[in-house]
Design a binder for this molecule. Sequence first.
Ligand code: 4AD
Ligand code: MG
Length: 484
Amino acid sequence: MRAKLVKDILSESPLSQEVKVSGWVRTKRDMKNLVFVEVNDGSCFAGIQCTFDLSRGETASSHAALAALNTGASIEIFGHLVASPASGQAVEIAADSLRLIGEAPSENRTADVPYLEIPAYPLQKKRHSLEFLREIAHLRPRTNTFGAVARVRSRMSFAIHQYFQERGFQYIHTPIITAGDAEGAGAMFQVTTFNIDALAKGRNRETGVNYAKDFFGKKTYLTVSGQLEAETYATALSRVYTFGPTFRAENSNTARHLAEFWMIEPEMAFAGLEDDMALAEDFLKYIFNTALENCASDLAFFDSHIEKGIIETLTHVVNSRFAHISYTDAIAELEKAAAANAGLFEFAPHWGCDLQSEHEKYLTEKTAGGPVIVTDYPKEIKAFYMKLNDDGKTVRAMDVLVPRLGEIIGGSQREDDLEKLCKRMLDLGMNIEDYGWYLDLRRYGTVPHSGFGLGFERLILYITGMANIRDVIPYPRAVGQANF
Ligand code: 4AD
Ligand code: MG
């Protein structure tokens, strides 16, 4: 008999049918002749209760195994699905037998061979700090919190593909190894097959490193964004998107930055900034709505244990319109607020400055009271590819800011004028030759086009209410951290 997923068992009606479930023990409780074992297999938030009635002959073969059963052990239980007399669950398994697959000792087991010494299972039934769980990232998916995060990530990935696929966007697999800096920010990880240790010993100190002899015959990096390559496909297939890993060697050790994160980047031809903003708003609402509808029990957990009110917030966002404000007006608002309250900001806002988290927080929580789209930033603080406005000072950029988190989306209309783009790149000291293929898009059949990037982990932070981005990706990579 094949075991069924707990998720499927819980949706069945209890007709005393035979079932087999496999999973890990979450709790075991003894009460007179009854032993209750809660089995979780991660297929959904809830586990299933399996009740052994020791007075029934059928359970006799399992008495010894039951007595030795610990939290975390892997087991198989056979029994019948019945209506549960207990509150909080519709069904349970009236268990006949138990097979212990793998033990999880509650005490240290010593042995002669060091590797065979087994420390007690670290996830004993109690609350563990998220910091502690980060150190055992390979076991943390067995906890309520990380199981729920993993399911939300999975469902949201599916929803993202669904959203774009249903709207005529083609999924483009942009490269992970690139020769160019898509954001022009210089925060890239180099990719090389050179022996760095040998180079460091100084063999090439005089001559410099000859990258023509490196694997790709030139200097290469891990991509910071698939945008530029996505643009090449948008100017052929009209609507495209990428969804892949991106890498940034920024030295920002914050709760919102990772060195390796996943990004969703749609790109639309024949579209301006207004279309881009409309897409961003509609897309986010669709994703939040999908989370509310399809991840209800996981969200209920986040709402009660992680961030109170998260469900209400998401529901509110789905039903409200995003506020819009230009960067110039936003700065004016911030300056006004700073003038009225001297200690309000650590960084004094002024036209030309990059918005700090505290500014983003003020704009979303005080000025807008919800998500806000800030547009038309000074060109100096944005990437080279953004379309220059007629004022010659600002670009057609837009950032979507949300309360609690700040920037969740960054996007823009792209400069489609060959001359303006070349001039901007030269002003920034970029090597135009390296971007010949990108400039070709403006030489042959150029069109207005726009797109944005959504950081997937920031999206998951927002949906789950988790506080640290390291806790919404299985194995976080950040400054000084690349374990597992
Ligand atoms: O604003 P960014 O840098 O924009 C781009 O990369 C554009 N190429 C996107 C585009 O127009 N196609 O990054 C986009 C988003 C940010 O808004 C943020 O959500 C996320 O990516 N992000 C990060 N997430 C986690 N860790 C980091 N270090 C991140 N840097 C950016
Ligand atoms: Mg940005």
